[in-house]
Ligand binder design. Structure first.
Ligand code: COI
Length: 354
């Protein structure tokens, strides 16, 4: 397949030497360049790669008022030999376009997303940190920028990719509270889209949980708060005997995670029984109490796996066993991390190498 190459305006002086690679956080520093594509008159114009810089937007730009904004997150890893690996970017491309469809935004052509992404990574590959949990976090996103206050889909958009040398998002296990008042998503809403507003709406409930000593929430269904949905910004999974369980996607209230999909496939290949089915709060609580649930964890791009050590429900704090001994989640985390850094053979065709 022929690949597109887009025009590049290089930064005059790289900022690379000003970054302390020994003290990286998640998403704080940004590499030298960004990709910008603009859409108007119903077509995407040729994107450009530019120095990372502020945007110029009118105060009336519709993203500020009606929130048409979607994003993706994925990572580039580098090994000691300088080879670069990118995990399942085609899945992020597809998901961005399904988020776009739900938010009445235009779909992105594949060459702008995929070729633009690879060209940007190649240009800034010196920014990819090497080491445990380190990556160049890639953030494609789209915003509506029509300066018009009428409530309708914007006529113009910007698609951009920025990249951030980052350390892991979480370290160690997290304490989560089962949320039984606020909701992340309702049937018919936008829970399956990676829409910026979903994250905005999660901030207050998450802050309240943090004030009670938790790290994050387990979201439950909006109707009765009886069924488990997601955990924080991640999908939720649990292990019961030889079964790996996760809530199903059919209500469209749950983000179709790429890490989720990959882990379910691996679980099946490794002989676990995979069950995408509704899981009640009662099943979770009883399963922790009677030790039939052996592992409980969040899964997502940023953390890969975030083991859960404590679940708060009503006035109880339910304790899970020591996560360092969990068989499935530790094995899958190690496998995915080795795959993403080129240490194990890519038998699924999930990795792009630069
Ligand atoms: C992820 O788990 O990959 C996320 O979506 C977190 C991100 C919003 C920082």
């Amino acid at each position: 397949m022929k690949h597109s190459t887009f025009p590049v305006q290089k930064i005059a002086t790289s900022k690379l030497s000003s970054i302390n690679f020994d003290n990286l956080k998640f998403g704080r520093d940004f590499s030298d360049h960004m990709l910008l594509a603009e859409y108007n008159d119903e077509i995407w114009k040729t994107p450009q790669i530019l120095p990372y810089q502020p945007l110029e937007l009118f105060p009336a730009a519709s993203v500020f008022h009606y929130g048409q904004a979607i994003f993706e997150g994925l990572k580039a890893h580098k090994n000691d030999a300088g080879e670069v690996f990118i995990f399942r970017a085609d899945e992020n491309f597809k998901r961005l376009n399904s988020s776009a469809a739900r938010m009445s935004m235009p779909e992105i052509p594949e060459d702008i997303f995929m070729d633009g992404l690879m060209q940007l990574i190649e240009l800034d590959k010196d920014w990819i940190p090497v080491g445990d949990g380190m990556s160049l976090y890639l953030r494609p996103f789209m915003i509506a920028d029509d300066p018009f206050l009428g409530v309708k889909p914007s006529g113009s958009y910007k698609f951009m990719i920025i990249t951030s040398p980052s350390a892991s998002y979480y370290s160690g296990a997290v304490k989560v509270k089962i949320e039984s008042h606020y909701s992340r998503a309702a049937v018919g809403g936008v829970g399956a889209a990676k829409a910026a507003g979903n994250y905005a709406a999660s901030l207050l409930p998450a802050k309240k949980a943090q004030e009670e000593g938790y790290d994050q929430l387990i979201w439950t269904d909006a109707k009765n708060h009886q069924y488990l949905e997601e955990s924080g910004t991640m999908n939720l999974m649990l292990v019961k005997g030889k079964k790996v369980l996760t809530p199903p996607l059919d209500s469209k209230t749950i983000l179709p995670g790429i890490t989720r999909k990959s882990i379910l496939q691996l679980a099946e290949e490794w002989g676990y029984e995979v069950m995408e089915r509704p899981i009640t709060v009662t099943e979770l609580v009883e399963g922790i109490e009677d030790n039939s649930i052996s592992e409980l964890f969040g899964v997502g791009t940023a953390a890969t796996i975030a083991p859960i050590s404590v679940v708060g429900y009503k006035d109880n704090q339910l304790q899970l066993p020591d996560y360092t001994k969990w068989e499935f989640s530790n094995k899958v985390k190690q496998y995915l991390e080795e795959l993403k850094t080129g240490k194990v053979k890519d038998t699924h065709n999930w990795i792009e190498t630069l």
